[in-house]
Design a protein around this ligand. Structure first.
Ligand SMILES: Cc1cc2nc3c(=O)[nH]c(=O)nc-3n(C[C@H](O)[C@H](O)[C@H](O)COP(=O)(O)OP(=O)(O)OC[C@H]3O[C@@H](n4cnc5c(N)ncnc54)[C@H](O)[C@@H]3O)c2cc1C
Length: 401
């Protein structure tokens, strides 16, 4: 196993529970705190029986898709759906506790070779490890997983501040998924790719505000995002009094799916498991790890003759079933369309999207809708969309068309 991020820990915990012996290599110790904060809709975790892993939970969850002008342009859409942030430490610890017996090595892999029935991982230190199957959970920058080249990859980028402010940037006890109000932008900025505010009240006078670009190729620079955040806050009469933590976020949204005939397997960012329309992944890791681990345990136990390439092939078939591949394609198509929308069209799109029944938009965002239902939801979204959005969905008109 390569990695000690959320993906590695999720799959290792399941492999161990299925009785497999795992050796893990990661560039840092497995209990080193993860650098990112991970958000998730609370119901997704409740369905896995893991809601106790949330460090923060918000009942008051809203978005703004108005133009920011007048009463109507400032009215929020209420989601009536709880959102949470993982308690990073609790999530990491609970997964590590399940990884009993795993040998963790602080090593950076530099080469992976398949030698018939076994694979060999060569580390930068010169150390060499052997395994029946290598699973690469080294994140989206993996240098070992191959994938087709479909041109520039859209990146989600964000600049955020956890801090104290001259006045509350969002309401007390509120979570703002997307504030797209553009009234702080000048006419030139309005023609550029849109960004939104993701923000929340942490309590005790501390808030998190993050200017986010959903997806853009090339990505929006952190400098632009920082300037936009400051402009947005200033426009609302809010100043940053104290910066407790700055978050810089950049990760690929529509990384092509890996080649599924390669002799090593991947999980997490390396396996392109980030949801191409939302950027979320942790829920998917927790949901998809058990099935994959079960299949690998079965194959390793009952089919000792399977070599690395055959095991990897069977793993890829379980990880990326034809249904999941089709769903992924639909999401990628949707994202391409959204990336072509100017800010007014994008606001209308999201305003319509959140008028879908809650279970439909939530299932869309979590990637838990079966393919036929996903198709129905997408058709329904098209049907209820205003003409301007419909035209954008069909022809991809706007910024990058
Ligand atoms: C700032 C940010 C915020 C995000 N927020 C959310 C969110 O709110 N909700 C959500 O669901 N998703 C979120 N994501 C998306 C996604 O869940 C994360 O990117 C997640 O960290 C990916 O997990 P991973 O384990 O695949 O990779 P990573 O977390 O990147 O972990 C990779 C691991 O591999 C190790 N490694 C790398 N190279 C090697 C090597 N050669 N040899 C050995 N070890 C190696 C690293 O040390 C690390 O342990 C966010 C991403 C970012 C960047």
């Amino acid at each position: 196993m390569l990695g000690a991020g959320p993906a590695a820990l999720c799959i290792v915990a399941e492999l161990v529970e299925h009785g497999l012996s795992v050796t893990a290599l990661a560039s840092h110790a497995p209990d080193k705190p993860w650098p990112n904060t991970y958000g998730i809709w609370a119901e997704e975790l409740e369905s896995l029986g893991l809601a106790s892993l949330l460090g923060h939970r918000w009942v008051n969850t809203v978005s703004y898709f108005g133009n920011g002008d007048g009463q109507e342009g400032n009215s929020p859409i209420e989601h009536h759906f709880d959102y949470g942030l993982f308690d990073q430490f609790a999530l990491q610890k609970s997964l590590l506790l399940r990884c009993e017996g795993v040998i963790w090595n602080v090593e950076t892999a530099k080469d992976i070779r398949v030698l018939g029935s076994k694979s060999e991982v060569v580390c930068e230190s010169g150390e060499i490890f052997h395994a029946r199957l290598v699973i690469d959970a080294s994140g989206h920058r993996s240098r070992f997983i191959t994938r087709p080249d479909h041109g520039p990859v859209a990146q989600q980028a964000a600049y955020g501040v956890v801090g104290r402010f001259s006045s509350p940037p969002v309401e007390k006890e509120q979570f703002v998924l997307m504030d797209f109000r553009p009234d702080h932008l000048d006419s030139d900025q309005l023609k550029k790719p849109p960004t939104f505010l993701y923000a929340m009240d942490f309590g005790d006078g501390v808030f998190f505000v993050e200017e986010t670009s959903l997806a853009c190729a090339p990505p929006i620079s952190l400098k632009t995002l920082r300037n936009r955040l400051h402009d947005r806050l200033t426009h609302r009469g809010v100043e940053i009094n104290e910066i407790i933590h700055e978050e810089h976020c950049l990760f690929p949204m529509n990384l092509p799916l890996p080649h599924r005939n390669q002799p090593l397997l991947a999980f997490g960012g390396a396996a392109s498991m980030v949801h191409p329309a939302s950027g979320y992944m942790v829920g998917a890791l927790l949901r998809r790890a058990p099935t994959l681990a079960k299949q690998l345990a079965l194959d390793m136990d009952e089919r000792p003759y399977l070599d690395s390439a055959s095991l990897a092939k069977r793993g890829w078939e379980v990880l990326w079933t034809p249904e999941l591949v089709q769903r992924h394609r639909l999401y990628q198509f949707g994202l391409r369309r959204l990336m072509s929308f100017d800010e007014a069209r994008l606001r209308r799109f999201f305003e319509t999207f959140f008028r879908l029944p809650k279970q439909d938009w939530a299932g869309f965002l979590a990637n838990t809708l079966p393919l036929p239902r996903l198709l129905v939801v997408m058709l329904r979204l098209f049907y209820i969309s205003p003409w301007k959005v419909k035209i954008g969905m069909v022809f991809g008109v706007g910024l990058n068309s």
